[in-house]
Design a protein around this ligand. Structure first.
Ligand code: OKP
Ligand code: ZN
Length: 393
């Protein structure tokens, strides 16, 4: 069997050269060669065959089901607005130099209106509007927008949607998928998505690709969705979007006290109807080194799958697949080795099989790429996750 991979070259249009990290300007980590190298590795993979597929265009509607109209509108014009009013080299990326701390500013805080509509105001005032708006919608200095970034952002969401829709088709095909063949696909999204909130971009993310796919499956196909986030970083955007809902379930395993720094604690469990449908397991980095560390990681993941994902009985499983847990990753790094990624895939499949046995239905599983910054290894690590999912250990 082969795994369909949804991918488009539009991501090449988003290639910032630098980011602001802890007060220093450093080379941008979330580079186009992450995807190019991963695609090469998948195509060359001998362990499993991958079938590269271009995404279908599902339009803006599924994105609007997750993100606010003003935010989407802002993202589309952010680069032009900034370079027009604030200035700078238009061939380079832009990122805020002021940040709205909304929980401090309070519920009545709001961004200024678009400076384009304020023709009577002095230029300097309109410049202030443009700077304030960037800091309202983008919450850190690593989330950099280029002139054509929107095209890449939009296409990444379409890749996730296409992966989801493909699973629906495969699952309901008149000739049902062969007995034991898994129903799975991979969306190679870039930029990533899991730090994107309803109306805020952060951590290289703008549109929350996996949230858009989950919402689409719920709205169009009445799905009951479980999201399992195994990226090194806490999926704070996904958590926030679904915090007060019982569908989807959101389960995250991540490094404690690293980016995004303030969330992902065990006592964040959802609110209202969503109480109990957000599950966080932060891992101390010092517990994840060496062989014992890797075992600790897998034991924790397995417990999460068995005590939360399986009992939820999802009709679809969506995995936020970050491979930045790899021990050599330059941004994350949580002690995982390449065979460890195969085990992640196998553990997820074992959980899926339990749900399938209990419900007598297939559980289509979509893997959505999030982080992973070691460009030489990430393709192999992604491919090992898929191989573990398809073939087991
Ligand atoms: C996005 B994804 C830590 C700097 C943090 C931002 C990380 C965004 C990660 N040395 N920089 O979850 O992989
Ligand atoms: Zn990450």
């Amino acid at each position: 069997m082969s795994v369909d991979v949804f991918y488009t070259e539009s991501h090449l249009l988003h290639n910032p050269q630098e980011e602001l990290e802890y007060g220093k300007i450093i080379p941008f980590h979330e580079t186009p060669d992450r995807i190019s190298n991963a695609v090469d590795a998948l195509v060359r993979s001998r362990s499993l065959s991958f079938n590269l597929t271009s995404p279908t265009d599902f339009g803006l509607e599924p994105i609007r089901a997750v993100h606010s109209d003003d935010y989407i509108e802002y993202l589309r014009h952010a680069h032009a607005e900034w370079t027009n009013y604030v200035g700078g080299d238009p061939t380079r990326g832009v990122t805020p130099d002021i940040w709205a701390i909304r929980h401090i500013s309070g519920p009545r805080a709001k961004p200024p209106p678009s400076p384009d509509a304020q023709t009577s105001l002095p230029r300097s005032v309109r410049e202030g509007y443009a700077r304030a708006r960037m800091g309202w919608y983008i919450s850190d200095g690593q989330t950099v927008i280029m002139e054509k970034s929107w095209q890449a952002i939009y296409s990444a969401a379409q890749c996730a949607l296409s992966g989801a829709e493909y699973l629906v088709k495969l699952n309901s095909a008149s000739s049902p998928p062969k007995d034991d063949n898994p129903v799975t696909s991979l969306a190679l999204c870039r930029p990533p998505g899991h730090h994107a909130f309803r109306d805020v971009g952060a951590g290289y993310c703008f549109i929350n690709n996996i949230a858009v796919a989950a919402q689409h499956l719920i709205d169009r196909h009445g799905a009951r969705v479980a999201i399992l986030d195994v990226d090194f970083h806490h999926g704070n955007g996904t958590q926030s979007i679904f915090y007060d809902r019982s569908n989807p379930l959101f389960v995250s395993l991540h490094a404690q006290w690293d980016f995004p720094h303030y969330t992902g604690h065990e006592d964040e469990t959802g609110t209202g109807e969503g109480e109990g449908f957000t599950i966080n397991r932060p891992l101390a980095r010092e517990d994840c080194h060496g062989k014992d560390g890797e075992e600790h990681y897998h034991a924790t993941l397995n417990t999460l799958i068995h005590s939360h994902v399986v009992p939820y009985n999802p009709t679809f499983l969506l995995v936020s697949l970050g491979v930045d847990t790899f021990h050599l990753d330059p941004v994350g790094g949580l002690g995982l080795t390449t065979p460890g990624f195969r085990l992640i895939g196998a553990s997820i499949r074992a959980g899926v099989k339990l749900v399938e046995a209990a419900t007598k239905r297939r559980v289509p599983t979509l893997f959505v790429l999030e982080g992973g910054y070691g460009v030489d290894d990430m393709g192999e690590n992604i491919s090992e996750v898929m191989r573990g999912y398809v073939n087991g250990l």
